[in-house]
Design a binder for this molecule. Structure first.
Ligand SMILES: Nc1nc2c(c(=O)[nH]1)N[C@H]1C(S)=C(S)[C@@H](COP(=O)(O)O)O[C@H]1N2
Ligand SMILES: [Mo]
Length: 256
């Protein structure tokens, strides 16, 4: 961002929030989670953008590595095969008919088949994945920037979160899901990845499409993505805490 623009934004923020809140903002690394912040956001949606761009450290890029840093083995974790008949049928047909739907609070709901996703401009990034269970691995991911899909569907002004619904279900029938603030969908490293280390994603790593939400912990990296739903509130989805693991007590904001 140009310095001049940054200055203008800061001035705007100062005028809107007052200096005290601005200082509070600068020190808060989890804006969307803080108790007073959502109220401010509800009054002016454009403020969300300004604040995120001007101040939130989450807007910075995650470190990118080089080919020689790529881990020899990238472990697979959590569910490593959805194991349903439906999924097995997609495996049989090389996921040619797999669809990713983008629905909810959007101007134009759309869906893309895997081949259609692969025709869109792609991004490749070599990043480190950190799992809370105590392992990390560096992998080279390729996929479609989620922001590009957002430009197609056009989120409505009241869309606050993107929820990622996955094809795998646990023993109790709970589907894996995750969510992020709408602003994070536009982060340049937020991609729907279909390749790991130059090869189509294998089943254990989330074939055919999984989220890469760099700067966030492993459990945010939803595998087997079938639907992206834009919502105003996370209540009513799963247990209402924004993700499969969040519903079991993990933090929603898993910034690293
Ligand atoms: N659909 C789905 N996504 C998921 C999980 C899962 O069980 N199901 N596990 C999460 C966890 S805890 C981690 S660390 C990563 C593991 O990704 P990997 O198997 O490619 O290493 O996926 C995340 N995304
Ligand atoms: Mo994890």
């Amino acid at each position: 961002m140009k310095i001049e623009n940054a200055m203008k934004r800061r001035q705007f923020l100062k005028g809107t929030l007052g200096v005290a809140s601005l200082i509070a903002l600068a020190g808060c690394d989890n804006l969307t989670q803080s108790s007073w912040f959502p109220g401010v956001l509800n009054k002016a949606e454009t403020l969300t953008d300004l604040v995120q761009r001007a101040i939130t450290p989450a807007n910075a890029l995650a470190k990118e590595y080089t080919d020689s840093d790529v881990s020899a083995v990238f472990p697979a974790n959590g569910n490593t095969d959805p194991g349903t008949a439906d999924y097995a049928a997609h495996v049989e047909t090389d996921f040619a008919k797999w669809q990713v739907e983008v629905v909810g609070l959007v101007q134009t709901p759309m869906s893309w088949t895997l081949p259609a996703l692969k025709e869109l401009p792609s991004r490749t990034q070599i990043t480190r994945h950190d799992c809370v269970e105590g392992w990390s691995a560096i992998g080279k991911w390729s996929g479609v920037p989620l922001g590009d899909l957002m430009h197609h569907v056009q989120p409505l002004p009241n869309a606050k979160y993107a929820v990622f619904h996955c094809a795998d279900v646990d023993d109790e029938g709970m589907a894996y899901y995750e969510s992020m603030a709408i602003q994070d969908c536009y982060h340049p490293q937020t991609i729907l990845a279909y390749e790991l280390n130059g090869k189509p994603l294998d089943i254990s790593h989330g074939a055919p499409v999984r989220l890469r939400f760099e700067r966030q912990l492993g459990y945010k990296q939803a595998k087997y993505v079938v639907k992206i739903e834009l919502v105003e509130t996370l209540g009513g989805i799963g247990q209402g805490r924004g993700g499969y693991w969040e519903d079991q007590g993990y933090e929603w904001y898993a910034g690293i």
